[in-house]
Design a protein around this ligand. Structure first.
Ligand code: FAD
Length: 473
């Protein structure tokens, strides 16, 4: 039977391209339409490609960021594969930025001890990488891309056959495909929070589908809040990257007072801003003094202008937002979940690389390395001919109008009580208020799973800060 990949972001496309010329079906929403986090990625991909760098140094930085909760064997395995992953992307046609000697340009990001963030088209890496991969996928005859699809359920049986149910634009009712290998590559769950940088439809579909199919989820409480998104009515909120603080942007309250060192780690800055907002202050990133702003930060300038702010004339209002989910569907080093025939990679998976906090730019790396690894593993299982028998699905669960109806309430609850600073009372309130919603809204159940994990971890660790318990480190 032909393997089925759910999700057409970086992770899913890497699985499909690695499997070629073995046939594979990719079920996804419309590709390259702004519905993937991959397209929004700015900074780049971390890999120890410099002469002054090594696997060992990158491993140490990753372990330090993960606050003692990474799986050291997985960290080594994924980091070691970094340079080969960059070479693979280059072979597929990605043109990374290079210096005048032709060497890869390497950016420096917070908590990295070396310059190792490889990028393409400046701060538009994700869009540049995805453009090339989507074009390549469309030219690969063995990849059967079904766009405009929303997978609503996966059913597994004792013989290892999985039925994947989905709705496709323009078609009546639900359809199903049977296979022996399903790869979940559905991306983030961070749109469950009211304020986020991820595409709006990222409700944690992969977590829901995997959980309902009986697969184990892990480390759900660990959510990275980016300290500075443009505080606006835009949804998602545009990222105002660290680079602006690195270039001298100052964080101030509306009285013009400084309250944190701008160059502290993400979680420290996020907590400081969150506290200001909770005390009724607004927070601004003042970058008016940066010369030639538009030349250095074209993406940020465009986002700010879209949100009605001109950063050359005024402070940029900022707030912490849900940005990256470290937890997810538990997998081993090959990408296998705890359910036979079900695999996961990219942001929806939890390999153990990130632990309690992600080192910047390690997520695209993980998506490529694990996507390619699953692709190789599935080569042995894949059939030589495409079998894509789509039939009408009977008795399947659709996503009903109710599933999205109360999503605004779910998002507000998650933001208010499962945010940057947490304590048991708020987490219990979230659970109590989410429960009645969860009987109709399947995504409220994902919120409940996350809130339960946050309540259970009675310590502050990495990105998970409990006001009512001591810090573990
Ligand atoms: C603004 C921003 C900047 C970032 N910058 C960086 C960076 O510089 N470096 C870095 O390493 N990381 C960065 N990240 C994180 C990184 O982009 C993501 O972790 C990564 O792209 C995830 O890839 P993915 O393939 O797992 O998911 P995605 O790229 O989000 O793709 C998931 C796909 O699954 C589809 N899907 C979801 N549910 C269903 C369903 N039920 N049925 C069908 N299809 C479905 C989605 O529509 C989407 O196409 C950034 C994230 C954001 C939001």
């Amino acid at each position: 039977m032909t393997p089925v990949i759910i999700g057409g972001g970086l992770a899913g496309l890497c699985v499909a391209l690695t499997l070629a010329p073995k046939p594979v079906i990719v079920l996804g929403r419309k590709v390259a339409s702004g519905l993937t986090s991959s397209e929004l990625a700015q900074g780049g991909i971390a890999a120890a490609v410099g002469a002054d760098d090594s696997t060992e140094l990158h491993v140490q930085d990753t372990l330090a960021a993960g606050a003692g909760l990474c799986d050291p064997a997985i960290v080594r395995q994924i980091i070691e594969a970094g340079p080969a992953a960059i070479e693979q992307l280059i072979r597929w046609g990605v043109a990374f930025d290079r210096d005048e000697d032709g060497d890869l340009k390497r950016g420096l990001e917070g908590a990295h001890s070396r310059r190792r963030v490889v990028h393409a088209n400046g701060d538009a890496t994700g869009e540049a990488v995805m453009r090339v991969l989507v074009a390549r996928v469309k030219q690969t005859p063995s990849i059967h891309l079904l766009e405009g699809c929303e997978v609503t359920e996966i059913k597994t049986d004792a013989s290892g056959v999985c039925a994947v149910m989905f709705r496709q634009d323009g078609k009546e009712g639900l359809q199903e495909i049977k296979t022996r290998a399903v790869v979940l590559a559905t991306g983030s769950a961070c749109a469950l929070w009211r304020h986020t940088t991820v595409p709006v439809a990222s409700w944690g579909h992969g977590l829901l589908l995997a959980h309902e199919a009986g697969a184990a989820l892990r480390d759900l409480e660990f959510v990275q809040f980016h300290p500075t998104a443009l505080d606006s009515t835009l949804d998602p909120m545009p990222l105002i990257s660290e680079a602006l603080r690195g270039a001298g942007g100052k964080l101030v309250t509306d009285q013009g007072e400084s309250f944190v060192d701008e160059l502290c780690p993400r979680d420290v800055v996020a907590r400081a801003i969150w506290s200001q907002l909770e005390h009724g202050q607004r927070v601004f990133l003042d970058a008016r003094h940066i010369d030639d702003f538009g030349d250095h930060f074209p993406t940020i300038l465009e986002s700010c202008l879209r949100g009605g702010i001109d950063p050359r004339e005024e402070g940029i209002p900022v707030r912490p937002v849900a940005h990256y989910h470290m937890g997810g569907i538990q997998t081993d080093g090959e990408g296998k979940t705890t359910v036979e025939g079900l695999w996961a990679c990219g942001e929806c998976a939890s390999t153990g690389l990130h632990g309690a906090n992600r080192l910047a730019s390690n997520s695209l790396l993980e998506a490529v390395v694990m996507g390619c690894r699953i692709g190789k593993a599935l080569q042995a299982r894949a059939a030589d001919a495409l079998s894509c028998a789509v039939s009408e699905a009977r008795g399947a669960k659709p996503f009903t109008a109710d599933d999205l109806h109360d999503t605004v309430r779910v998002r507000n609850l998650m933001m208010a009580h499962v945010g940057v600073l947490r304590e048991s009372k708020g987490l219990e309130t979230a659970l109590c208020d989410l429960e009645p919603l969860a009987s109709v809204n399947r995504f409220a159940r994902v919120g409940m799973l996350i809130a339960k994990s946050a309540l259970a971890r009675r310590e502050s660790c990495g990105a998970h800060t409990r006001l009512d318990t001591p810090c573990s480190s």
